[in-house]
Design a protein around this ligand. Structure first.
Ligand code: DAK
Length: 260
C-alpha cells in the first residue's frame, strides 16, 4: 500500500519521527478494518526505515479513537469474526520494534484505549478520556483491554472501568500511571514530539533491545490472558445482547439486554 493510497490516516515524517494521524473525523476515528490495515502498513514501513527512530500515533483534538467500528461488527457471529482473524492485524502493532508514543486528546475508548495501551508511552491532553465501554454494547474488551488495563491500573480500578464502562479523565489516567504527562490541548502533540526527539537521540539498537526487554517481562504472562480474553470475546458474538447492544447504538437508542 503506497502512502498516497491511505484513506483513513495521514502519514508524515518530522526529522527522526514518523507520525501517523488517525483521520476518520466523522466517526471519531473509529478503527475500521481498513484503517487498521493502513495503520499497520505505515508503522511497518517506519520500522523498516533507518531515518525514523521513534513513531507517534495521534488522532484529533476531539478523538484519538472512539473504538473499533461498531457498524462493521454488529452483524458478526462467533464463527464469522473468528474466521476473519482481525486480531492478526492488531497483533502486528505490538510487534513493531521501534518505540511508539501515543499522543492522545479526546476520546480513547474501547479499541482506541487498547491501541493506546499497545503503544510504549502515552502523552495526553487535558481533554483526554480513557475507557473500555464495550459492556454498554453487550461485549467485553477484545484487543487486550482486560489484560493490559488491569496490569496498569490494578484489578479494582480495571474492574470498575470494565464493568461500568465509565471512562477516566486524563488526570486520573496520570494518577494511575497510564499516561506520563498531561498538558493543555494545544500542546499535547508538541509534548509528544519533544519526548520523541529526546528518545531519537539514543542508540537505535539499544532502543529496540530496551523495548524488547521491557515487553518480554510484560508478555511472558500476558499471552495466556489474551488467548482467554479472545475466546470470551468471540463467544459473545453468539449472544442476543451483542446484537441488541450494537444495533441499539447504531439506531441511537438505549439497549434492552436480555442476558442471553
Ligand atoms: N463505531 C462507529 N461509529 C462511531 C463510533 C464507533 N466506535 N463511535 C462514534 N461513532 C460515530 C457515531 O455513530 C456518530 O456518527 P453519525 O451519527 O454522526 O453518523 C459519530 O461517530 C459521532 O458520534 P456521536 O454523535 O455519538 O458523538 P458524541 O460526542 O455524542 O459521543 C461518544 C461520543 C464517543 C461518547 C459516542 O460516540 C460513543 O459512545 N461511541 C461508541 C464508543 C464505544 O462503545 N466504543 C467501543 C466500541 S467496541 C477487535 C479489535 C478491537 C475491538 C473489537 C474487535 N478485533 C480485532 C476483532 C474493539 C471493540 C470496540 O472498541
Amino acid at each position: 500500500m503506497k502512502e498516497a493510497n491511505y484513506k483513513n490516516i495521514l502519514v508524515e515524517q518530522d526529522g527522526p519521527i514518523g507520525i501517523v494521524t488517525l483521520n476518520r473525523p466523522k466517526v471519531l476515528n473509529a478503527l475500521s478494518h481498513e484503517l487498521m490495515d493502513e495503520l499497520v502498513t505505515a508503522l511497518e514501513a517506519f520500522d523498516q526505515d533507518d531515518s525514523i527512530r521513534v513513531m507517534i500515533i495521534t488522532g484529533s483534538e476531539r478523538a484519538f479513537a472512539a473504538g473499533a467500528d461498531i457498524g462493521e461488527m454488529s452483524d458478526e457471529t462467533t464463527i464469522s469474526i473468528m474466521l476473519k482473524d482481525r486480531f492478526a492485524t492488531w497483533d502486528k502493532v505490538r510487534r513493531v520494534k521501534k518505540p511508539i508514543i501515543a499522543a492522545v486528546s479526546g476520546y480513547a475508548l474501547g479499541g482506541g484505549c487498547e491501541l493506546v495501551m499497545t503503544c510504549d508511552i502515552i502523552v495526553a491532553s487535558e481533554s483526554a478520556q480513557f475507557g473500555q465501554p464495550e459492556i454498554n454494547i453487550g461485549v467485553i474488551p477484545g484487543a487486550g483491554g482486560t489484560q493490559r488495563l488491569t496490569r496498569i491500573v490494578g484489578k479494582h480500578k480495571a474492574m470498575e472501568m470494565i464493568l461500568t464502562g465509565r471512562p477516566i479523565t486524563a488526570q486520573e489516567a496520570y494518577h494511575y500511571g497510564l499516561v506520563v504527562k498531561v498538558v493543555p490541548v494545544e500542546l499535547y502533540l508538541e509534548e509528544a514530539k519533544n519526548l520523541a526527539q529526546e528518545i531519537a537521540k539514543k542508540s537505535p539498537v539499544a532502543l529496540k533491545l530496551a523495548k524488547e526487554a521491557v515487553l518480554k517481562t510484560y508478555d511472558a504472562s500476558i499471552s495466556e490472558g489474551l488467548e482467554f480474553e479472545r475466546k470470551n470475546f468471540y463467544m459473545l458474538f453468539s449472544s442476543e445482547d451483542q446484537k441488541e447492544g450494537m444495533k441499539a447504538f447504531l439506531e441511537k437508542r438505549q439497549p434492552t439486554f436480555s442476558g442471553r
